[in-house]
Design a protein around this ligand. Structure first.
Ligand code: FAD
Ligand code: SF4
Length: 511
């Protein structure tokens, strides 16, 4: 009997129990398909990275003695659809049983479920053996609550998995969360870690992808590709981060600078989301660094919170709320994305930097995604679905289970506050405090009205004016509305006028 086992492009975990022993009855398949390149317009590096890592994974499985059937994007027998290819492979190998690991995306989960229901042979799905939590763990904790507080989930996870805990199950250092210590700006010192990631040349692969007719955007850097392609490279990157980045991670977690595109962030999300790395080993490594005295507690805790807390929590939100979640639009926002989301060419320095580096590296760190690009999108009333599709396409680490709750929920408040207790928006003051973007910007960070006034200022107040009915009763926004009401009526009118001018047409206004 032959068993066909499917490995998806984000299931590149060589430690999965599937691979513990070789079995000549088992054929593994990986496929590069248009179905997956085309469901959204992707950044070039994302397509290259996933295909190159899949090829590397297939080669390593073959070298370990496993049977692998790999379908390249331009193979003549590649039908470009997951299920049509599976039909073909089941026929070729006369497979009598089909297996897959549970996908992390709802779309693929549905497709494979439906496929297996109609399959003439037996089938089975198994765990991807990656996450700390089960799909329904957040739903079990929060149930019908209106607000799902990440902090509550995170503390549960710390206790359940015994991370940074004293013997009495109290948090090490007497505090669960050191977020308040993690808000320094970066003055240029200490120096950021040197980028030691290996370089790859994927020009040939890139030419194949283009020849197959796949559309994409962003800088390819195919001849100088820097994202890790296998577990060994990912582990090297983890070690480099623990040595050089983690000690400063806490202090500068929220900082932004034109002088560094990654500051002290780990750049591990691609390796984690494709499952080259397991979150447990990353968390354990950071905890050890603290216990060995190599990294301060606020840095280790801050980093661990992102992985054990946020990453597992957003996955729980995703599985509890899909598919309806994707359609949420609390503020009924419907504006198109300005064209400079695809070029980075805007006179707003902060957006030019954050979008520019997203296009160049397929990467922006959290505060750039949240407090520059997402902040602007929410203030400007861009359609959440269009914003979601842009984020899903542009980042190397973007897979819907993690991207959607972050974009729609945390960043755009489109779920009406399930995930965030208030909208993450700010005027220029926050961006100026946390970055060096405002220095030398065409716009005046202090002005609210006038042609050179920073667009974030008028848009910020306009946002709160136009959504007063939905937001003014939020206890966390009392101060905002008190400040808004302190403005003279003429000032509020002038800000409204400035915001409306801006919103009419970004291109025409030369923003
Ligand atoms: P670091 O800052 O070094 O953090 C370490 C790890 O923590 C990351 O690798 C990541 O695995 C995890 N992490 C940190 N923050 C989050 C978070 N909010 N949610 C889930 N995991 C987190 N992350 C993705 O992996 N894929 C996405 O598509 C994605 N889209 C986002 C969209 C928006 C609007 C926002 C605000 C955030 C998004 N994030 C996403 C979360 C976060 O920005 C990225 O995980 C992080 O920037 C990746 O860079 P890093 O590996 O250097 O992270
Ligand atoms: Fe951004 Fe305004 Fe600062 Fe310019 S002045 S960088 S637009 S916040």
């Amino acid at each position: 009997m032959t068993i066909l086992r499917l490995i998806l492009g984000d299931q590149l975990n060589p430690l999965h129990s599937w691979f513990a022993q070789t079995d000549s009855k088992v054929v593994y398949t990986l496929m590069e398909i248009r179905q997956e390149t085309d469901y959204v317009l992707h950044h070039t590096q994302k397509i290259i990275g996933i295909f190159a890592a899949m090829r590397d994974f297939a080669e390593s499985l073959t070298a370990r003695g496993h049977r692998v059937h790999y379908l390249k994007i331009d193979d003549s027998d590649n039908r470009q659809s997951l299920t049509t290819n599976l039909d073909g492979l089941i026929a070729v190998y006369e497979a009598q049983h089909f297996e897959y690991q549970f996908p992390d995306e709802w779309r693929l989960d549905q497709q494979l479920r439906a496929y297996c229901q109609n399959l003439a042979i037996s089938s089975q799905a198994c765990d991807s053996e990656h996450f700390y939590s089960q799909r329904d763990e957040a739903a079990q904790l929060f149930g019908a609550k209106a607000h799902w507080l990440m902090e509550m989930f995170y503390r549960r996870m710390r206790v359940k998995h015994n991370v940074l805990l004293e013997e009495n199950q109290r948090p090490v250092g007497g505090q669960w969360n050191f977020d308040h210590d993690n808000r320094k700006t970066w003055p240029g010192v200490p120096a950021v870690p040197v980028d030691t990631r290996p370089r790859h040349n994927h020009t040939a692969l890139w030419q194949d992808i283009v020849a197959a007719g796949v559309n994409s955007f962003g800088t390819a850097d195919a001849d100088d590709f820097r994202w890790p392609l296998n577990r060994a490279e990912a582990l090297q990157q983890l070690e480099a981060f623990i040595a050089e980045g983690l000690p400063q991670f806490g202090d500068f977690q929220d900082a932004m600078s034109r002088r560094s595109w990654r500051l002290f962030h780990s750049l591990l999300s691609f390796a984690l989301n494709t499952k080259m790395l397991n979150p447990r080993e990353v968390v354990e490594r950071a905890e050890h660094a603290y216990l060995e005295g190599h990294a301060p507690l606020p840095a280790a805790e801050g980093f661990i919170r992102q992985i054990l807390g946020w990453r597992e929590y957003v996955r729980g939100v995703y599985w509890a709320k899909m598919p309806a979640y994707a359609a949420h639009n609390y503020f009924d926002h419907d504006r198109l994305l300005p064209s400079w989301f695809w070029t980075g060419e805007t006179r707003m320095n902060c957006l030019a930097a954050a979008i520019g580096q997203s296009l160049q590296y397929a990467y922006a760190h959290h505060i750039q995604r949240l407090m520059v690009i997402g902040n602007f999108a929410l203030l400007a009333g861009l359609a959440p679905d269009a914003v979601h599709r842009w984020y899903l396409g542009v980042y190397i680490d973007a897979f819907e289970w993690v991207e959607l709750p972050n974009t729609l929920g945390m960043s755009q408040f489109a779920d009406g506050g399930l995930l965030a207790t208030k909208p993450y928006v700010s005027s220029a003051a926050y961006i100026d405090r946390m970055s060096d973007y405002c220095k030398g910007c065409f716009y005046d960070k202090k002005a609210r009205t006038g042609d050179r006034a920073c667009p974030f200022n008028a848009l910020y107040w306009h946002f709160f004016m136009r959504h007063r009915d939905k937001l003014s009763r939020n206890p966390r926004l009392g101060m905002v509305y008190r400040n808004l009401d302190r403005f003279a009526a003429t000032e509020r009118e002038a800000m409204t006028l400035r915001a409306e001018e801006l919103l009419v047409d970004w291109e025409k206004n030369g923003i």
